[in-house]
Design a protein around this ligand. Structure first.
Ligand code: UD1
Length: 343
């Protein structure tokens, strides 16, 4: 019998790539998504890639009654991967209550339902944002957490605390938080990828839209940082590599190989890349020039951060395989594909 994994937010960017990898590894995938920031036809695209269409339930997990009745009907779930959340930093500053309500309300409902139904394993989407601007680089899991810069970041910190307290109190629940650095790129099939609504906030969708001619120019937020070339540094990892880490984490919980009730892992390449280097990588990989202009810094931006992923390398047996150029090429192929479909 295939083990059944619940993926909340499974039609979203990282969730859909993870669903593909789970199916490829022999799991049955059930998705709950309210389609707030994604499309229902993503399950058809997952079907095209894998030959299996995951079951999709469309509702909001902030609705406790719906979630509880889902679990009553699905007591055979082996583990939950929880992606469903709001993720726009700027928006979270304008709408803090919506962010706390949505990101924490859903997590609390989920943990409550897991406790009731006796479902043992949770993998939680966390973020390197919990580290703020670290004093020492690269950051490992022991690096101190900094006060969050935004309500969004705070929901990730508080989310981790809620999970820690719950795993202490509820002996049946074990959890892993995965702290993502900067996921980029798309599935090599170009059937799934990142679909930002409106003007993209993140760098790579902005690069691909500018290269495609949808935006006049990319605004680069500052070139006077204390970094070798003056541009901000991040750790960009291919979303397919990131998705694979979730499969490993789920197996670790199911097989009881976790070393404590709540574990945390950094997921990154271990390589810091500046915004300018990222633009050059895109140009090199695709042969397309990006029109960009340096503007003021973006408030709240962190100067430099990259991962020490050695704990995940060692404990999960996971490491990134794709290069930055490969990831950029997949992001570009996805951009071209969605535009040609719309055209
Ligand atoms: C941001 C959040 C992070 C969150 C992630 C989710 C902050 C400090 N961090 O990551 O917590 O998990 O989004 O989406 O907000 N850049 C430009 N021009 C652009 C866009 C970005 O120059 O139009 C630069 C930024 O200054 C930054 C880099 O590109 O140096 C990456 O930015 P972005 O893709 O927005 O990711 P983060 O800021 O790292």
């Amino acid at each position: 019998m295939k083990k059944k994994i619940l993926v909340t937010g499974g039609t979203g960017y990282i969730g859909s790539h993870t669903a593909v990898e789970l199916i490829g590894d022999g799991f049955e995938v059930v998705i709950i998504d309210n389609l707030h920031n994604s499309e229902a036809d993503v399950v058809d695209r997952i079907h095209q890639i894998t030959g299996v269409k995951p079951h999709l339930e469309i509702f909001d997990i902030c609705n406790k009654e719906s979630l509880d009745s889902f679990f009553t009907a699905n007591k055979d779930i082996s583990a939950v991967i929880h992606f469903a959340a709001y993720k726009a930093v700027g928006e979270s500053v304008r709408k803090p209550l919506e962010y706390y309500q949505n990101n924490l309300g859903s997590l609390i409902n989920l943990l409550g339902a897991m406790k009731e139904a006796g479902i043992p394993g949770l993998v939680f989407s966390s973020s390197c944002t919990v580290y703020g601007q670290p004093e020492e680089l690269p950051v490992n899991e022991q690096s101190p957490l900094q006060p969050a810069e935004s309500p969004y970041g705070n929901t990730k910190q508080i989310g981790e605390q809620i999970i820690r307290d719950t795993t202490r109190a509820v002996s049946t629940i074990k959890a892993i938080a995965l702290r993502y650095f900067n996921p980029i790129g798309a599935h090599p099939s170009a059937l799934i990828g990142e679909l930002p609504r409106g003007v993209p906030e993140n760098l790579v969708p902005y690069i691909t839209q500018t290269a495609y001619g949808l935006r006049d120019e990319l605004k680069v937020f500052g070139d006077d940082f204390n970094t070798p070339d003056g541009y901000c540094i991040r750790d960009y990892l291919h979303v397919v590599d990131l998705a694979k880490a979730h499969v490993v984490a789920v197996k670790r919980l199911i097989e009881g190989k976790n070393k404590s009730d709540f574990e945390m892992f950094n997921l990154g390449t271990g390589i810091g890349v500046s915004v300018l280097e990222a633009i050059k990588s895109f140009e090199r990989a695709t042969g397309v020039k990006v029109n960009y202009k340096v503007t003021d810094r973006r408030p709240g931006d962190i100067e430099k951060i990259w991962a020490d992923p050695s704990l995940a390398n060692r404990e999960l047996g996971w490491k990134t395989l794709s290069s930055l150029d490969e990831a950029m090429l997949t992001a570009w192929n996805w951009e071209k594909k969605i535009r040609s479909n719309k055209g």
